[in-house]
Ligand binder design. Sequence first.
Ligand SMILES: NC(=O)c1ccc[n+]([C@@H]2O[C@H](COP(=O)([O-])OP(=O)(O)OC[C@H]3O[C@@H](n4cnc5c(N)ncnc54)[C@H](OP(=O)(O)O)[C@@H]3O)[C@@H](O)[C@H]2O)c1
Length: 256
Amino acid sequence: MHAPSAPRGTALVTGASVGIGQATVRRLAADGWRVVACARRAQALQALAGDLGGAVLPWPLDVTDDAAVAALPQALPADWRAVDLLVNNAGLALGREPAQQADLADWRAMVATNITGLLAVTHALLPGMVARGRGHVVHIGSIAAQFAYPGGNVYGASKAFVRQLGYGLKADLIATPVRVTVIEPGMVAGSEFSLVRFKGDAARAAAIYEGAEPMQPEDVAEAVAWVAAQPAHVNVSLLQLMPVGQGPGAVSVHRR
Ligand SMILES: NC(=O)c1ccc[n+]([C@@H]2O[C@H](COP(=O)([O-])OP(=O)(O)OC[C@H]3O[C@@H](n4cnc5c(N)ncnc54)[C@H](OP(=O)(O)O)[C@@H]3O)[C@@H](O)[C@H]2O)c1
């Protein structure tokens, strides 16, 4: 646990109800950020805000709800609107079937969340950052952007989009102080990622981590806090984080 430090500004984290997003809210709050915590599950956000006190504003939001996302900058309470740090974390994988057996609805849901939802949130908040002359957009991508693996088809492609969008935003923002970072984690346990991917099949989800020593959500949260704490003239553009026991690839995992 880090001791709270001087106020840093306002952050907004999507997918904050569990996993990497929740750990990021906790870590940023400990660093002195005020954090808008967004996800679909309102109760989990309330519980998180209850833990962290006034530093966290729970804000139920489905990133695929275009109208709610577009309204976000004006809908937030006036003293929470100037978002300095956007962590685009909400995302999911659905299914591990080979492409020829995949469910088109799963593909569409991944595109809607990981790509279209992330775009909508960025589109809603980026102009304010530029206008205020301060801001930082952090995308949580994945090593799946770089390393293809069987059954990772559209999930990996969506994360490749996220990486390239990060580079594209940076190209557009070079005359502004706004920073853009893509963080690409390898295997992270302690979140609902695999449970969601395997649609509630807990045994199948647990098998992913069996005998391995994956990272934890707090490890990724630490990276978010670190990129955000760099001097204003330093932009960490791309950061890959791997468990020690994972080689260059999603399925290259050492198991005891
Ligand atoms: N776990 C890994 O191994 C790993 C590795 C690399 C990258 N990542 C990436 O890290 C991010 C977080 O994953 P995680 O492992 O923490 O998984 P997780 O525990 O399943 O968390 C995903 C979060 O996204 C939220 N979410 C999903 N759909 C949403 C929507 N339509 N609108 C708003 N929020 C939505 C979920 O909240 P609600 O259900 O309450 O909406 C949840 O808070 C994802 O982008 C994932 O692709 C994970």
